[in-house]
Design a protein around this ligand. Structure first.
Ligand SMILES: [Zn+2]
Length: 106
């Protein structure tokens, strides 16, 4: 059943990455703070990316030919606390959904 409305995620923590938009305000960032989180499959990763506003999340294979997929989610400096909240929700629930995203943005 696709698209899934809930995806299993395993957050690796917060780092920095170029070329992501903020998941709250959508502003393009030359260097964005971001969460990197493992997902179970490419399909789960695509469903995860689709839950975010355009350009705020992207799939990154760990390396080509490898089945381990991670999703990266960007934030601007003004929304770093929302990114931290999202990371904490991932750690607490191992779940990504629109509801989880909304909870992180309050
Ligand atoms: Zn922002």
């Amino acid at each position: 059943m696709r698209p899934k409305t809930e995806v299993y995620v395993n957050s690796r923590g917060i780092g920095s990455e170029g070329g992501l938009n903020c998941f709250c305000c959508g502003e393009p960032q030359s260097l964005a703070s971001n969460i990197a989180a493992f997902v179970d499959s490419k399909e789960d990763g695509e469903d995860a990316v689709a839950m975010f506003i355009s350009g705020a999340a992207r799939l990154y294979p760990i390396r080509f030919g490898c089945s381990v997929i991670q999703v990266k989610i960007g934030a601007c400096d003004a929304h770093f606390s929302q990114l931290t909240a999202l990371h904490k929700l991932f750690v607490a629930t191992n779940t990504l959904s629109k509801q989880v995203i909304d909870r992180s943005r309050v």
